[in-house]
Ligand binder design. Structure first.
Ligand code: HAM
Length: 441
């Protein structure tokens, strides 16, 4: 029988594991530099955790089933509900702001396509218990820093920043009722991916004869890319006094957030862009996504503020803001920009030995060097000495240690540096051997 990987799942050969480790290492380093603490949660969770809280799109994509104990369960499609439950349960004993991150596998039953798989890894970074824009700025900063730590620059990516509350106020101007708000926002989130006819027919249910003028108005909103355009756009809306006040409040919050972003010297990476709505239902404030600078392809990362979710999943309400970055689109981008490290199977040192006596010395030294942190390899069976020597050079092994009988008798070992062509005779004494190698590596 010939078994294949399921659609949207990946096998990781050593070269893929090497890249995955590199991504995880860079994610972890970025979060730790912002003093985020690492947590984890189960991969399998109660189905209930995602129903209604994550939003229709994700619920339709769940890998769910009934387990042998008759429990309705789902493989996690995202981390945020688990995080909300974890932090909510311990809310009273945790020092605030709570700054947590996690790296883990997620599962969504999506149509596999470029940038979208059914199993992928996410880097989740969240701040809980802090209502002010300082937390939003910290996360946008961490997102930018993470992408920069992969060697990406200003020409490579952009963070698009938007606001759910301003979106809701805009929809209120169009008389969208609270009951319909989430559904209309979800259509707006998919707008760029919907064909015009389909968009029109979906919006018709809410806007009837006004559908075309609504679309025109949305296009105006989505075209805004400066704070001054935003002020004039929102000042033209017909809203109640209370809602007008809310618009003013949000605009000044946004100005404060932009100020912090500029102080962090990352303003050049961030643009105001109302085409970002976010598909998940729980967002309540500023939302953002990272994209390749050309705007092509699916998002590299997405996030925003979700102040109500923790209160809905535990008895402790707490403000929250965060983002998640996926490994699939990131790998594609790093590959196209030639920013991935090169995979090598080579050890630091290859040990070659001839006879039995030499082997005893060689294996003892190999163990010692390995326990000192040097990557050492040697042939596991008797091989042609000179053939292997040539092969090591061709493969790009940097150093070869040669244990010939002649050298052993004199208490020496030969070290060949293939990079410079130099040869050294070293005393067969562990400390000297280690020092010499460390000085050259
Ligand atoms: P999300 O926008 O659904 O947000 O996903 C975040 C990132 O995960 C996406 O930008 C993308 O890179 C990656 N991703 C999502 N689905 C797939 C897929 N099927 N295949 C490959 N990559 C994918 C969330 O998940 C929120 N929970 C983020 C968050 C954290 N919000 C607050 N805290």
């Amino acid at each position: 029988m010939n078994f294949e990987t399921l659609p949207g799942f990946r096998s990781f050969f050593p070269e893929n594991c090497f890249l995955r480790n590199y991504i995880f290492k860079t994610w972890r380093k970025s979060a730790v530099s912002y003093n985020f603490q690492e947590y984890d949660a189960p991969t399998l969770e109660p189905l209930e955790l995602y129903k209604e809280k994550s939003g229709e799109e994700i619920v339709n994509q769940l890998f769910n089933f009934v387990d042998k104990g008759d429990r309705a369960v789902a493989l996690r499609p995202e981390m945020t509900p688990s995080l909300a439950r974890l932090a909510g349960a311990k809310a009273n004993s945790l020092k605030r702001p709570i700054k947590w991150f996690s790296i883990g596998e997620q599962f969504r039953y999506e149509r596999p396509q470029k940038g979208r798989l059914r199993s992928f890894y996410q880097f989740n970074v969240d701040i809980l218990g802090e209502p002010g824009v300082g937390a939003d700025a910290e996360l946008i900063g961490c997102l930018v820093e993470t992408l920069k730590n992969f060697g990406l620059e200003q020409d490579d990516f952009k963070i698009r920043l938007s606001d759910r509350q301003l979106w809701i106020l805009f929809l209120k101007h169009w008389n969208v009722s609270d009951a319909h708000m989430t559904s209309v926002l979800s259509i707006m989130d998919r707008m760029a991916r919907l064909k015009k006819d389909k968009l029109r027919s979906q919006l018709n249910e809410y806007f009837g004869d006004d559908t075309d003028s609504f679309i025109n108005s949305v296009e105006g909103l989505m075209a805004i890319n400066s704070e001054s355009d935003m002020l004039s756009f929102f000042s033209q809306l017909t809203l109640s006094e209370i809602h007008k006040q809310l618009v003013d409040d949000r605009l000044s919050e946004l100005a404060s957030l932009m100020q912090l972003i500029n102080s962090m010297k990352i303003g050049q990476f961030v643009t105001i862009d109302f085409s970002i709505v976010r598909g998940l239902a729980y967002y309540t404030g500023f939302v953002f996504e990272a994209f390749e600078a050309t705007g092509e392809g699916r998002a590299l990362a997405g996030g925003g503020r979700y102040d109500d979710l923790i209160g809905r999943l535990s008895s402790n309400a707490m403000e929250a803001v965060g983002f998640a970055m996926g490994d699939v689109t990131l790998l594609d981008l790093l590959e196209s920009k030639k920013k991935l490290p090169e995979y090598s199977q080579n050890p630091d040192v290859m040990i070659l030995f001839s006879e039995d006596e030499a082997r005893d010395c060689a294996l003892a030294d190999a163990q010692f060097l390995r326990s000192s942190g040097i990557k050492v390899d040697y042939p596991l069976k008797r091989v042609n000495f000179s053939k292997l020597f040539k092969e090591a050079n061709q493969r790009g092994v940097p150093f070869v240690l040669i244990y010939g009988n002649e050298e052993i008798e004199k208490g020496l070992v030969k070290l060949k540096d293939f990079q410079t062509g130099e040869e050294y005779l070293i005393d067969r004494n562990e400390r000297e051997l280690l020092e010499k190698l460390k000085s050259l590596l």
